[in-house]
Design a protein around this ligand. Structure first.
Ligand SMILES: [Zn+2]
Ligand SMILES: [Zn+2]
Length: 187
């Protein structure tokens, strides 16, 4: 989806659009490496673009409905992942197209300081939202997916889903030091 910056008027430009689920699936494939996540339908994008000195401030929210396997028992889990982002799109016109926009540090748009926003470049005329959305979806993915906090996982010996029933295999009790590792949240 491309926004021409002439569409952004004084009061900003509000977007409320359905994003094709293919765009999400492309992002989730991550250049063939795969993230384990798949889209469950087309998400909605709510975004606001505001012209600021030297560029455009983009504030967006995508509600991505995804599915991914539980890390412990491999059951598919439905997830609603909020993808919130604020980006400072800095105009970098091609060389020779006139005076380059000067970045003024600390310019304020409303109550928001541009210094706090991540920066992306664009050519000064059009903003392609697709690569931005793909990147933001990847950044928002949860590190660990479990079907429920108390998921018992699969038996390491016979593969039985222990949430459904105990299999009776004699498994060694898990090393308490390793169990601690499993509780560490990376996010
Ligand atoms: Zn599970
Ligand atoms: Zn077993």
């Amino acid at each position: 989806m491309v926004v021409n910056i002439e569409e952004i008027l004084e009061g900003g430009l509000e977007l409320d659009k359905e994003i094709p689920s293919e765009l999400l699936d492309q992002a989730l494939l991550a250049d063939g490496k795969g993230t384990g996540f798949r889209a469950r339908g087309a998400p909605r994008l709510a975004a606001r673009l505001t012209k600021v000195s030297g560029g455009v401030l983009l504030e967006g929210r995508l509600s991505a409905r995804l599915v991914a396997p539980c890390k412990r028992c491999v059951t598919e889990v439905d997830l609603d992942v909020p993808v919130d982002f604020t980006l400072n799109l800095v105009a970098h016109p091609a060389p020779g197209s006139g005076e380059a926009a000067e970045d003024k540090p600390g310019v304020r748009a409303g109550s928001f300081s541009l210094e706090e926003a991540d920066e992306e470049r664009f050519d000064g005329r059009t903003i392609d939202l697709d690569p931005i959305l793909r990147e933001q979806v990847l950044l928002a993915l949860p590190v660990t997916v479990v079907c429920e906090e108390g998921c018992l996982g699969l038996c390491t010996l016979c593969g039985q889903n222990l949430n459904e029933r105990q299999c009776g295999c004699e498994r060694k009790p898990p090393d308490p030091r390793l169990a601690k590792l499993g509780e560490i949240k990376l996010n």
